[in-house]
Design a protein around this ligand. Structure first.
Ligand SMILES: Cc1cc2nc3c(=O)[nH]c(=O)nc-3n(C[C@H](O)[C@H](O)[C@H](O)COP(=O)(O)OP(=O)(O)OC[C@H]3O[C@@H](n4cnc5c(N)ncnc54)[C@H](O)[C@@H]3O)c2cc1C
Length: 386
């Protein structure tokens, strides 16, 4: 590596680093991707595996995010159709806040109007039908243990999910290598190398590698890496928070996936759906101890989340010895030691804000929107779509 000069070095082999590397290589840029462990060993391995269709962004009429989610989720489906599945979700509605039948009817109508292309280019078996609002009796038929007290109906919709997330990463890496992307796993970047106000490369695994541009897609580690060359940028790149899911050795309590309110936790929701022969429960959030980048989940946090799952769905009856696995990762929070996540992706062009030129940091909040984020980052770096 040390004798070569790349057009671009991408640091971090999560979904963003991988799609940036793939897109850059396909556009003909000589690109190197450096990952400190294996590909997707942080958030992009521990995610909840839902490619959000964008329904959630209609709540606050965030139309750009709705469109980006819709189009990007379909990108995965078109490019890797054999790895993306449809999954139904049911949310019982009790008339609280926005969780009312009339609101969901409107949201499903809006979704149809704003996403007429939602199934364009999608194989027939994978096309997503319209969401619908069910009456209380129909809701109870799908979820027999639902609490009937005050039940007004249920919202039923479909999302795309990626049960074999590792297989998706492997397929993308294979395609990227064919396009010419050089991928080096177990290559931790320890320093950014800069001269005369410009980043000229990185030091990784004891070796200096040169590149015209460097993109950091290392999640919350971005702020650690930029500290020496651009100390002022750190706070803009977010602070680490921990998120995790539990795979439970329990049957899912409905014939669909479920989206359930957590009693006593304002706005708190859990999602349950079948995965690997068990029930996948997500997602819980936990502050990261200040100054650490540890993805390990404390036993107490697992107990708390199990209690929340059982409170939202008593028939789940999950106990600690039902936990088959914990998947976790770091996500960017707005402030240190908090779980209040950044609500948008940050693309920080250091040179445009008084830092070194040739360096862009990306802090991202969703797996789903990685394709459009990659295009935006590369547009920043090279002034083109790739
Ligand atoms: C529990 C959980 C559930 C989630 N569920 C969903 C979901 O259902 N749908 C959705 O769309 N999104 C979901 N997300 C969010 C999504 O997973 C993340 O936004 C996305 O994976 C972030 O990707 P990334 O490539 O930016 O970062 P990461 O996946 O964190 O990748 C960063 C990579 O950089 C590497 N790295 C760090 N430092 C260095 C260094 N010095 N040198 C070299 N490499 C380095 C790390 O090892 C890591 O592999 C979830 C996240 C979590 C944690």
């Amino acid at each position: 590596m040390q004798n070569e000069t790349f057009d671009l070095i991408v640091v971090g082999g999560g979904i963003h680093g991988l799609i940036i590397g793939l897109t850059a290589a396909e556009a003909g840029h000589r690109t190197l991707l450096l990952e400190q462990r294996q590909l997707a060993s942080d958030a992009s391995g521990g995610w909840f595996r839902i490619l959000h269709g964008g329904l959630r962004y209609l709540q606050n009429l965030d139309l750009p995010r709705f469109r980006a989610s819709l189009q990007d989720s379909r990108w995965f489906l078109r490019e890797f159709p054999e790895l993306v599945e449809r999954q139904k979700f049911l949310m019982p509605l009790y008339g609280q806040g926005l969780k009312r039948p009339a609101v969901f009817r409107l949201a499903f109508q809006l979704e149809r109007m704003l996403g007429p292309d939602r199934n364009r280019g999608v194989p027939a078996a994978k096309r997503i039908p319209r969401g619908q609002v069910l009456a209380a009796e129909a809701t109870a038929r799908l979820f027999p243990a639902v609490s009937r007290d005050g039940l007004q109906g249920g919202a039923l919709w479909e999302e795309l999910v990626v049960p074999g997330s590792d297989a998706l990463i492997a397929a993308m890496a294979a395609r990227a290598r064919v396009a010419g992307l050089a991928i080096r796993e177990y290559s931790e970047v320890t320093h950014l190398v800069s001269a005369q106000g410009r980043v000229t490369g990185v030091r990784a695994a004891g070796t200096e590698v040169n590149a015209a541009k460097v993109i950091l897609a290392a999640g919350p580690a971005n702020s650690v890496l930029t500290r020496a060359v651009d100390p002022g940028a750190g706070t803009k790149l977010g602070f680490p928070a921990l998120a995790f899911n539990l795979l439970l050795d329990r049957p899912c309590p409905a014939t669909t996936g479920l989206s359930l309110a957590i009693p006593g936790k304002a706005g708190g929701m859990i999602f349950l759906y079948p995965m690997d022969g068990g029930c996948f429960a997500g997602t819980a959030y936990q502050p990261c101890p200040r100054g650490t980048l540890s993805g390990s989940v404390p036993a107490e946090a697992i107990r708390d989340f199990l209690a929340q799952c059982n409170a939202a769905c008593p028939e789940l009856g999950a106990r600690e010895d039902d936990v088959l696995s914990v998947t976790s990762g770091l996500l960017p929070a707005a402030t240190s030691g908090d779980v209040d996540l950044l609500d948008r992706d940050v693309i920080h062009d250091h040179g445009a804000h008084g830092g070194p030129k040739g360096l862009i940091s990306l802090t991202s909040v969703k797996f789903t929107t990685a394709p459009s984020i990659a295009r935006r980052v590369l547009h920043r770096a090279f002034g083109t779509g790739g």
